[in-house]
Design a protein around this ligand. Structure first.
Ligand SMILES: *[C@@H]1O[C@H](CO)[C@@H](O)[C@H](O)[C@H]1NC(C)=O
Ligand SMILES: *[C@@H]1O[C@H](CO)[C@@H](O)[C@H](O)[C@H]1NC(C)=O
Length: 222
């Protein structure tokens, strides 16, 4: 191959590799953040300098916070425990994270999406109406039973509802250490978008918009 073709080929391969990867590839076995540089929560960074690997212990790679359900939201009947490098530092730089979600009977995980990850969700217990909507507004949804998994492609809106007669437990895995979660009701009605725009977009009256805002504005401002 002539040098120009070699360069072109290498550039295209590199572009393909970078567009396919979700998080950056690790350049070492693991990277437990060094607490001297602050925590992932306070540093507003997604990747922190590693502590000397000789100081890592087995416990750095085990997280025990998902043995039991989290705290249930009164509004939705959902208890979610996200597991990412902020509470499980051993995940740092590995390009993955996890969630335990528990749903009371009739409880819902409202429509939301993860901008940076595909999620694969395993129903550990219960029967869950589960689905996602693609970019042509086509819905793919059905009841997913205990022992089944469903995948929600990256960036697509998805949702779950416990349609069984006992509590449901779901374990989800993400191909990013920081998938992000954008909740549709809060993003639309709780973010401070001008009311007039929301009225026109949804065909709702000012009174109806006000009711939605009071429900979804986390700061509860009128
Ligand atoms: C990491 O720790 C080992 C063992 O204490 C030490 O020999 C090595 O110099 C340290 N590496 C760095 C970069 O500090
Ligand atoms: C549940 O709430 C309690 C009391 O506020 C808190 O201490 C605990 O950390 C919470 N559990 C989870 C998993 O968030």
């Amino acid at each position: 191959m002539s040098p120009i073709w070699t360069i072109l080929f290498a550039t295209i391969s590199l572009l393909c590799a970078t567009t396919m990867a979700s998080d950056p590839d690790p350049v070492q076995d693991f990277c437990i953040p060094d607490p001297r540089y602050g925590s992932l929560k306070t540093a507003h960074l997604t990747i922190l300098p590693c502590k000397n690997s000789s100081e890592a212990t087995t416990d750095d790679f085990v997280f025990s916070g998902v043995k039991r359900a989290g705290n249930f939201s009164a509004d939705t009947g959902l208890a979610a425990i996200p597991v990412n490098p902020t509470n499980f530092p051993g995940l740092n730089t590995l390009g993955m994270s996890f969630i335990r979600a528990d749903l009371k009977v009739g409880g819902i995980n409202p429509p939301h999406f993860h901008p940076r990850a595909t999620e694969i969700a395993y129903v550990v217990e219960g029967s869950v109406y589960s689905g996602f909507v693609d970019s042509t507004s086509r819905v793919f949804a059905r009841t997913v039973e205990q022992g089944e998994v469903m995948v929600y492609p990256r960036g697509l809106v998805h949702f779950q509802m416990n349609v069984g007669d006992k509590p449901a437990t779901i374990f989800g895995s993400f191909n990013s250490q920081n998938p992000g979660s954008q909740k549709i009701p809060a993003a639309i009605f709780g973010s401070g978008i001008k009311e007039e725009l929301l009225e026109k977009a949804f065909g709702l009256s000012p009174k109806q918009i006000g009711a939605m805002r009071r429900r979804f504005d986390p700061k509860k401002v009128k």
